[in-house]
Design a protein around this ligand. Structure first.
Ligand code: PMT
Length: 223
């Protein structure tokens, strides 16, 4: 059967945004709804994979038959993913992880003051970069949310992060990216090839992506 190459494979999927606390009532985040990552989790389960979905805060119901791990910050997500990395066959990083977090997390609500307020930010850990460094036999798939020079940036990410595939979406296009039920993606691979998909529902994008992953596994690895 066409989809059986993923049967029994351990797949980690990250989804949604992360939340970076400023004080007890405020945080920094982004527009990810989790739809893309949850669709991949659902499709992977349908293809017989053993799925762990590591998710930031979203409004979606956890998919049936999938082990869901809820996290909040980039730091939480880093730990949840790295803790499970050794036993994974495939990791798909759909989450929109915050690149910056407040340097100081206040334990009281920041009061309004005359004039402006400056927040000092520092970088979060780059989960994908670390996964690339620690990679053994895992097939590592990253996403790239770009607004310009999509192909160039995606190919650069593929190399820099030591990923096997990068799924690029131009989040400025109508019907692509954050919040929509559809997406428009191109899958860039290590061998230099690319698979460009037309606009389609996220669940279909998920199926195409997983088929490409299954082909890759069949072609050059025994896991
Ligand atoms: O959730 P939806 O509303 O359905 O929207 C889907 C989506 C737009 C979020 C999704 O399709 C998408 O593009 N996800 C990646 C978003 C992103 O953060 O892209 P990036 O180009 O900033 O990051 C590149 C890769 O590095 C991603 O795989 C990301 O998970 C990873 N990363 C980024 C920062 C960080 N600190 N650690 C990471 O691992």
């Amino acid at each position: 059967e066409k989809t059986s190459d993923l049967a029994g494979k351990k797949v980690i999927i990250t989804a949604g945004p992360t939340r970076e606390k400023i004080d007890p009532v405020r945080y920094l985040t982004n527009h990810s709804t989790g739809k893309m990552g949850y669709a991949i989790a659902e499709a992977a389960r349908q293809m017989g994979a053993n799925v762990v979905l590591i998710t930031g805060p979203v409004a979606l119901a956890p998919p049936q038959g999938v082990q869901t791990v809820a996290v909040e910050s980039a730091e939480d997500m880093y730990r949840a993913v790295l803790d499970r990395y050794d036993e994974a066959d495939i990791v798909i990083k759909t989450a929109a992880v915050a690149d910056y977090k407040p340097k100081t997390v206040y334990d009281h609500k920041l009061k309004k003051q005359i004039g402006g307020q400056t927040l000092e930010l520092e970088r979060t850990k780059d989960i994908l970069l670390e996964l690339g460094k620690q990679k053994k036999n895992q097939l590592l798939v990253g996403f790239a949310a770009e607004t310009e020079n999509v192909e160039e940036y995606a190919r650069r990410k593929l190399q820099k992060k030591n990923a096997d595939m990068i799924v690029a979406n131009n989040v400025k296009l109508e019907g692509a990216g954050f919040g929509t039920d559809t997406n428009i993606v191109t899958i860039f691979k290590q061998d230099g090839s690319a698979v460009k998909l037309p606009m389609m529902p996220k669940i279909e994008v998920a199926r195409y992506l997983l088929e490409e992953i299954a082909k890759e596994i069949k072609r050059d690895r025994i896991i």
